[in-house]
Design a protein around this ligand. Sequence first.
Ligand SMILES: Cc1cc2nc3c(=O)[nH]c(=O)nc-3n(C[C@H](O)[C@H](O)[C@H](O)COP(=O)(O)OP(=O)(O)OC[C@H]3O[C@@H](n4cnc5c(N)ncnc54)[C@H](O)[C@@H]3O)c2cc1C
Length: 392
Amino acid sequence: MKRVAILGGGPAGAFAAEQLAPAGLRVLLFDEKLAWEKPCGGGLTYKAYHQYPFLLDNSTRKRLVTETVLAAPRAGEVTLKLDNPLLIYSRFDLNQMLLQRAERAGAQIEKARIQEMSRCGPGWRLRTSCGIADADFCIVATGARNPLREVGTQLRPEDAMSALGYYVPGDQEKIDIQFLRGLEGYIWVFPRCGHLSVGICGKGEPAASLRKRLEHYMTEKGISWKGASFYSHLLPSLDKGSWKKNRVAGDGWMAVGDAAGLVDPITGEGLYYAIRSADLAARSLLSEAGAMLEKVEQYRRMLCHDFTADLEFGSRMAKRIFLGRFMFGSVPARIVEFTRRSPRFSAIVGDLFAGKQSYQTLKRRLLKNLNGSFYDIAMSLGFSRLVPRKAG
Ligand SMILES: Cc1cc2nc3c(=O)[nH]c(=O)nc-3n(C[C@H](O)[C@H](O)[C@H](O)COP(=O)(O)OP(=O)(O)OC[C@H]3O[C@@H](n4cnc5c(N)ncnc54)[C@H](O)[C@@H]3O)c2cc1C
């Protein structure tokens, strides 16, 4: 294997190119737009910049946000201090930085659309908007709207959220997260350098209805969308039954990032998984594992071990978190109330924000802390006589 073609130059494709090029392979990356303002909040968790410190240590402009306000119907709001801040980029800046790193590492970058890929002997023939290119192996990084039918995840309606919003002139120090009645999703307001990204994501609800909800929220908050640029895109959010049969790799190709459906089905975080999956794909490809099919199998195993087992677990919790009920109230309302009243619960929510708390161990940690949390909550509600001594 000498020539690797990378189809798509978002975070996943650019990072795969950066990892593969120094190994002596000829790496050719194609993107129809190169750096662009892809619809996205642009938020990177602590987990991402802790594991990939270059995301923090660089001269590209970005913001570190240390406070978030969570709000839910009938529960008001609560301010959460983020010990591990969220890092926010504009997507143009982030993409440009990642593509420049790939180029410096030796990848050849071409602005072209991949129109078709077909097998050609043991490799591939790519028809692009600029001509024909041949490759021995393909990394598919074309995002959630992957137009290449033969490769990558096959998103069904139940495997995706609509996500849309506005880039609004303005500034604020904090992030706002608003849960809404009957919505498997949420609204966010992210402060970026020079503007706010205000958006909504939701599953099982038409985009027009989500837009109405968002505009209603913006009116209530006094955020004008007149003249602001509108964005909308698809956000993979695999259903619980879809992970096992997810098409992440095959003979001669591996899919990374959104093209492989690798997004947190609860938070919508995809940037970390784009970079991480690109890293794992590059490692599998460069590994000593003998035949190509073994490398592909190795990639599948690495993904599962590293994070897809946890995301699959998360997809089983998503409906309960957004739409479930607990102690006569909605789960989002309880999350807001418990965060307000219990320092232990608040620490757990902070760790979820930072990406330090897995879904698989969440229940155990909640149960372990629950006695303490209930104690804190009962005390703050003035029920001290009912709670004679501190439990847990
Ligand atoms: C509204 C919204 C808000 C989001 N907010 C966040 C957030 O705050 N934090 C977070 O972690 N995640 C967020 N996400 C998810 C995140 O944007 C994605 O997970 C991430 O962009 C995935 O990176 P990628 O490289 O796989 O795909 P993309 O970033 O989509 O890149 C794919 C690239 O492929 C190119 N391409 C596509 N087809 C072709 C073709 N045929 N030929 C050539 N090039 C092609 C495109 O031009 C594009 O550059 C959000 C998503 C949405 C929709």
